[in-house]
Design a binder for this molecule. Sequence first.
Ligand SMILES: [Zn+2]
Length: 88
Amino acid sequence: MPGMEDLTGRVFDRLTVVGLEHRDNKGRLQWYCICKCGKVTIVRSNSLKHKKTKSCGCLRNELAAVRLRERHLKKREDKKQTASPPSA
Ligand SMILES: [Zn+2]
């Protein structure tokens, strides 16, 4: 059947496809995926193939945490520079 691609066993970044979950009424396939962090998540074929979904969500959370930390550090750095008392 055209468009019916079996993704079982394929790896998409952090996700490994373990099997078909179901097919929705528009013929879109939803796959059971296991994330590297150990969580199971269900992802549509297109999201996997177009790399819209690369993890159960932990990747996004990690990136957000890193960005937040960087921003926080930068702010502290700025503060230190502007808040340092004049040496005179
Ligand atoms: Zn994960």
